[in-house]
Design a protein. Structure first.
Length: 287
Protein backbone atom coordinates (compact mmCIF):
# COMPACT_ATOMS: atom_id res chain seq x y z
CA UNK A 1 0.00 0.00 0.00
CA UNK A 2 1.10 3.61 -0.63
CA UNK A 3 2.06 6.02 2.11
CA UNK A 4 -0.48 8.29 3.71
CA UNK A 5 -0.94 11.84 2.45
CA UNK A 6 -1.37 14.75 4.76
CA UNK A 7 -3.61 17.49 3.43
CA UNK A 8 -5.19 20.54 4.98
CA UNK A 9 -8.02 20.73 2.52
CA UNK A 10 -10.63 20.75 5.24
CA UNK A 11 -9.22 23.84 6.91
CA UNK A 12 -9.09 25.78 3.68
CA UNK A 13 -12.60 24.72 2.88
CA UNK A 14 -13.85 26.00 6.21
CA UNK A 15 -12.25 29.37 5.64
CA UNK A 16 -13.58 29.68 2.11
CA UNK A 17 -16.99 28.61 3.18
CA UNK A 18 -17.11 31.09 6.00
CA UNK A 19 -15.93 33.85 3.73
CA UNK A 20 -18.45 32.86 1.14
CA UNK A 21 -21.12 32.76 3.80
CA UNK A 22 -20.17 36.21 4.99
CA UNK A 23 -20.04 37.59 1.50
CA UNK A 24 -23.17 35.86 0.20
CA UNK A 25 -25.80 35.45 2.92
CA UNK A 26 -28.43 32.84 2.29
CA UNK A 27 -31.31 34.21 0.36
CA UNK A 28 -33.82 31.42 0.83
CA UNK A 29 -35.82 31.07 4.01
CA UNK A 30 -34.92 27.38 4.77
CA UNK A 31 -31.19 28.15 4.53
CA UNK A 32 -31.55 31.14 6.85
CA UNK A 33 -33.48 29.10 9.35
CA UNK A 34 -30.89 26.30 9.27
CA UNK A 35 -28.08 28.84 9.75
CA UNK A 36 -29.79 30.22 12.85
CA UNK A 37 -30.14 26.76 14.36
CA UNK A 38 -26.54 25.98 13.51
CA UNK A 39 -25.23 29.09 15.27
CA UNK A 40 -27.30 28.36 18.33
CA UNK A 41 -26.06 24.78 18.43
CA UNK A 42 -22.42 25.85 18.04
CA UNK A 43 -22.79 28.39 20.83
CA UNK A 44 -24.12 25.68 23.13
CA UNK A 45 -21.99 22.72 21.99
CA UNK A 46 -18.84 22.21 19.98
CA UNK A 47 -18.92 23.31 16.31
CA UNK A 48 -20.03 20.72 13.80
CA UNK A 49 -17.64 19.43 11.12
CA UNK A 50 -18.25 21.19 7.80
CA UNK A 51 -18.37 19.54 4.43
CA UNK A 52 -17.19 20.80 1.06
CA UNK A 53 -20.28 22.53 -0.32
CA UNK A 54 -18.63 25.31 -2.38
CA UNK A 55 -19.11 26.05 -6.02
CA UNK A 56 -17.23 23.92 -8.54
CA UNK A 57 -15.15 26.89 -9.78
CA UNK A 58 -13.89 27.71 -6.31
CA UNK A 59 -13.07 24.07 -5.62
CA UNK A 60 -11.04 23.79 -8.84
CA UNK A 61 -9.02 26.91 -7.94
CA UNK A 62 -8.31 25.55 -4.50
CA UNK A 63 -7.18 22.19 -5.91
CA UNK A 64 -4.82 23.93 -8.36
CA UNK A 65 -3.39 26.05 -5.58
CA UNK A 66 -2.73 23.08 -3.32
CA UNK A 67 -1.36 20.66 -5.97
CA UNK A 68 2.34 21.74 -5.81
CA UNK A 69 2.40 21.59 -2.03
CA UNK A 70 0.74 18.18 -2.09
CA UNK A 71 3.31 16.85 -4.61
CA UNK A 72 6.16 18.08 -2.41
CA UNK A 73 4.56 16.43 0.57
CA UNK A 74 4.26 13.19 -1.39
CA UNK A 75 7.96 13.32 -2.27
CA UNK A 76 8.96 14.02 1.29
CA UNK A 77 6.52 11.54 2.83
CA UNK A 78 7.25 8.71 0.42
CA UNK A 79 8.53 5.79 2.39
CA UNK A 80 8.01 3.01 -0.11
CA UNK A 81 5.59 0.21 0.11
CA UNK A 82 4.38 -0.31 3.63
CA UNK A 83 3.80 -3.71 5.10
CA UNK A 84 0.24 -4.71 5.80
CA UNK A 85 -0.83 -3.51 9.20
CA UNK A 86 -0.85 -6.27 11.68
CA UNK A 87 -4.16 -6.52 13.35
CA UNK A 88 -4.09 -6.71 17.05
CA UNK A 89 -5.17 -10.24 17.85
CA UNK A 90 -6.33 -10.98 21.36
CA UNK A 91 -5.40 -14.43 22.59
CA UNK A 92 -8.40 -16.24 23.95
CA UNK A 93 -7.47 -18.50 26.83
CA UNK A 94 -9.81 -21.39 27.55
CA UNK A 95 -9.31 -23.42 30.68
CA UNK A 96 -10.76 -26.89 30.95
CA UNK A 97 -10.93 -27.89 34.57
CA UNK A 98 -11.82 -31.46 35.31
CA UNK A 99 -12.75 -32.11 38.91
CA UNK A 100 -11.94 -35.75 39.59
CA UNK A 101 -13.63 -36.47 42.88
CA UNK A 102 -13.10 -39.73 44.65
CA UNK A 103 -15.88 -42.27 44.74
CA UNK A 104 -16.22 -41.74 48.48
CA UNK A 105 -16.91 -38.01 48.10
CA UNK A 106 -19.36 -38.64 45.25
CA UNK A 107 -21.22 -41.22 47.31
CA UNK A 108 -21.27 -38.88 50.32
CA UNK A 109 -22.68 -36.01 48.25
CA UNK A 110 -25.32 -38.28 46.76
CA UNK A 111 -26.34 -39.47 50.22
CA UNK A 112 -26.53 -35.90 51.51
CA UNK A 113 -28.69 -34.90 48.52
CA UNK A 114 -31.06 -37.80 49.14
CA UNK A 115 -31.26 -36.89 52.83
CA UNK A 116 -32.01 -33.27 51.95
CA UNK A 117 -34.72 -34.09 49.39
CA UNK A 118 -36.52 -36.74 51.43
CA UNK A 119 -39.41 -35.86 53.74
CA UNK A 120 -38.28 -38.22 56.50
CA UNK A 121 -36.40 -36.82 59.51
CA UNK A 122 -32.62 -37.20 59.15
CA UNK A 123 -30.87 -39.91 61.07
CA UNK A 124 -28.29 -39.02 63.68
CA UNK A 125 -25.91 -41.66 62.44
CA UNK A 126 -23.47 -40.23 59.96
CA UNK A 127 -22.56 -42.37 56.97
CA UNK A 128 -19.23 -43.95 57.53
CA UNK A 129 -16.86 -43.88 54.66
CA UNK A 130 -16.08 -47.26 53.27
CA UNK A 131 -12.47 -48.13 53.78
CA UNK A 132 -10.82 -49.61 50.76
CA UNK A 133 -8.74 -52.69 51.51
CA UNK A 134 -5.11 -51.88 51.16
CA UNK A 135 -3.33 -53.86 48.52
CA UNK A 136 -0.56 -56.10 49.85
CA UNK A 137 2.90 -54.72 49.27
CA UNK A 138 4.47 -58.07 48.65
CA UNK A 139 2.47 -61.12 47.56
CA UNK A 140 5.27 -63.52 48.39
CA UNK A 141 5.31 -62.52 52.06
CA UNK A 142 1.53 -62.97 52.31
CA UNK A 143 1.72 -66.40 50.75
CA UNK A 144 4.47 -67.38 53.19
CA UNK A 145 2.44 -66.14 56.18
CA UNK A 146 -0.63 -68.07 55.01
CA UNK A 147 1.40 -71.24 54.64
CA UNK A 148 2.96 -70.82 58.10
CA UNK A 149 -0.47 -70.30 59.66
CA UNK A 150 -1.74 -73.47 58.04
CA UNK A 151 1.24 -75.42 59.38
CA UNK A 152 0.61 -74.04 62.88
CA UNK A 153 -3.00 -75.20 62.83
CA UNK A 154 -1.97 -78.66 61.66
CA UNK A 155 0.63 -78.88 64.43
CA UNK A 156 -1.88 -77.89 67.12
CA UNK A 157 -4.35 -80.47 65.86
CA UNK A 158 -1.65 -83.14 65.86
CA UNK A 159 -0.70 -82.37 69.47
CA UNK A 160 -4.33 -82.60 70.57
CA UNK A 161 -4.94 -85.91 68.81
CA UNK A 162 -1.58 -87.52 69.58
CA UNK A 163 -3.02 -89.67 72.41
CA UNK A 164 -5.47 -91.17 69.94
CA UNK A 165 -2.58 -92.27 67.77
CA UNK A 166 -0.96 -94.08 70.70
CA UNK A 167 -4.21 -95.90 71.43
CA UNK A 168 -4.57 -96.80 67.78
CA UNK A 169 -1.26 -98.69 67.86
CA UNK A 170 -2.49 -100.94 70.67
CA UNK A 171 -6.00 -101.60 69.31
CA UNK A 172 -7.29 -102.30 65.84
CA UNK A 173 -10.53 -100.27 66.14
CA UNK A 174 -9.63 -97.32 63.93
CA UNK A 175 -13.24 -96.23 63.46
CA UNK A 176 -13.73 -95.31 67.12
CA UNK A 177 -10.56 -93.20 67.10
CA UNK A 178 -11.72 -91.43 63.99
CA UNK A 179 -15.04 -90.61 65.68
CA UNK A 180 -13.22 -89.33 68.77
CA UNK A 181 -11.00 -87.10 66.64
CA UNK A 182 -14.07 -85.75 64.85
CA UNK A 183 -15.76 -85.09 68.21
CA UNK A 184 -12.72 -83.16 69.45
CA UNK A 185 -12.64 -81.03 66.30
CA UNK A 186 -16.34 -80.22 66.65
CA UNK A 187 -15.87 -79.17 70.27
CA UNK A 188 -12.90 -77.00 69.27
CA UNK A 189 -15.13 -75.25 66.71
CA UNK A 190 -17.73 -74.48 69.41
CA UNK A 191 -20.03 -77.50 69.70
CA UNK A 192 -22.14 -77.53 72.87
CA UNK A 193 -21.84 -81.22 73.66
CA UNK A 194 -20.22 -84.42 72.54
CA UNK A 195 -21.65 -86.57 69.79
CA UNK A 196 -21.24 -89.63 72.04
CA UNK A 197 -23.53 -88.22 74.70
CA UNK A 198 -26.94 -89.86 74.61
CA UNK A 199 -29.83 -88.24 76.39
CA UNK A 200 -32.16 -91.24 76.44
CA UNK A 201 -30.84 -94.65 77.48
CA UNK A 202 -31.59 -97.29 80.12
CA UNK A 203 -30.71 -96.29 83.66
CA UNK A 204 -28.36 -99.27 84.18
CA UNK A 205 -26.36 -98.30 81.09
CA UNK A 206 -26.07 -94.69 82.24
CA UNK A 207 -24.93 -95.72 85.72
CA UNK A 208 -22.30 -98.02 84.22
CA UNK A 209 -21.00 -95.22 81.96
CA UNK A 210 -20.82 -92.77 84.86
CA UNK A 211 -19.03 -95.33 87.08
CA UNK A 212 -16.47 -96.12 84.39
CA UNK A 213 -15.78 -92.45 83.69
CA UNK A 214 -15.32 -91.78 87.42
CA UNK A 215 -12.90 -94.72 87.76
CA UNK A 216 -10.90 -93.60 84.73
CA UNK A 217 -10.62 -90.05 86.10
CA UNK A 218 -9.46 -91.34 89.50
CA UNK A 219 -6.77 -93.51 87.91
CA UNK A 220 -5.55 -90.61 85.78
CA UNK A 221 -5.22 -88.33 88.78
CA UNK A 222 -3.46 -91.02 90.81
CA UNK A 223 -0.86 -91.60 88.09
CA UNK A 224 -0.32 -87.86 87.69
CA UNK A 225 0.19 -87.48 91.47
CA UNK A 226 2.75 -90.29 91.51
CA UNK A 227 4.65 -88.86 88.53
CA UNK A 228 4.59 -85.29 89.90
CA UNK A 229 2.30 -83.89 87.22
CA UNK A 230 0.02 -81.03 88.20
CA UNK A 231 -3.53 -81.35 86.86
CA UNK A 232 -6.51 -79.04 86.91
CA UNK A 233 -8.76 -78.85 89.90
CA UNK A 234 -11.75 -81.21 89.89
CA UNK A 235 -14.98 -79.41 89.16
CA UNK A 236 -18.01 -80.09 91.32
CA UNK A 237 -21.06 -81.65 89.72
CA UNK A 238 -24.10 -79.44 89.52
CA UNK A 239 -27.27 -81.20 90.58
CA UNK A 240 -30.07 -79.56 88.64
CA UNK A 241 -32.72 -82.02 89.85
CA UNK A 242 -32.77 -80.49 93.31
CA UNK A 243 -33.34 -77.01 92.00
CA UNK A 244 -36.82 -75.70 92.65
CA UNK A 245 -38.93 -75.61 89.58
CA UNK A 246 -40.38 -72.24 88.73
CA UNK A 247 -44.13 -72.15 88.47
CA UNK A 248 -46.34 -69.96 86.40
CA UNK A 249 -48.25 -66.96 87.61
CA UNK A 250 -51.69 -68.56 87.51
CA UNK A 251 -50.61 -71.86 89.11
CA UNK A 252 -51.74 -72.22 92.76
CA UNK A 253 -48.99 -72.42 95.36
CA UNK A 254 -50.84 -75.11 97.38
CA UNK A 255 -51.99 -78.45 96.04
CA UNK A 256 -52.25 -79.65 92.48
CA UNK A 257 -54.60 -78.29 89.87
CA UNK A 258 -55.71 -80.97 87.41
CA UNK A 259 -58.76 -81.13 85.19
CA UNK A 260 -60.24 -77.95 86.63
CA UNK A 261 -60.06 -79.34 90.18
CA UNK A 262 -57.70 -78.30 92.98
CA UNK A 263 -56.61 -81.38 94.93
CA UNK A 264 -55.20 -80.86 98.41
CA UNK A 265 -53.39 -83.52 100.38
CA UNK A 266 -53.55 -83.96 104.17
CA UNK A 267 -50.19 -82.26 104.49
CA UNK A 268 -51.44 -79.24 102.54
CA UNK A 269 -54.55 -79.05 104.71
CA UNK A 270 -52.45 -79.29 107.89
CA UNK A 271 -50.18 -76.54 106.64
CA UNK A 272 -53.18 -74.34 105.94
CA UNK A 273 -54.91 -74.95 109.31
CA UNK A 274 -51.74 -74.70 111.36
CA UNK A 275 -51.06 -76.45 114.73
CA UNK A 276 -54.12 -77.49 116.77
CA UNK A 277 -54.89 -75.37 119.84
CA UNK A 278 -56.51 -78.17 121.89
CA UNK A 279 -54.57 -79.29 125.01
CA UNK A 280 -55.71 -77.08 127.88
CA UNK A 281 -57.06 -78.27 131.18
CA UNK A 282 -58.83 -81.59 131.22
CA UNK A 283 -62.30 -82.33 132.49
CA UNK A 284 -62.88 -82.08 136.16
CA UNK A 285 -63.52 -85.32 137.97
CA UNK A 286 -66.72 -86.04 139.75
CA UNK A 287 -67.02 -85.49 143.50
Amino acid sequence: MLGKRKREVVVATRETRRSSDNEQPPSTFPELERDIFKKYFESTFEPLPEYQTGTPSLLEDEDNATEPSSEEEEDSDWEGLSEPEQEETTVEVIEHRTFTDDTEEVELRRQQYKTFMTSKPPKEVEPTAKMKPEKPADDEEDAAETLNLKHDLDLQRLLKESHLLEEAKASSTLGSHRHKALDMRLQALGAKGSIFHQEKMPLTHRRGIITKATTREAVRRKEARENGIILERPTGKSNNSRARRERGVDVPAVGKFRGGTLKLSRRDVADIQGPSRSGGRGRRGRR
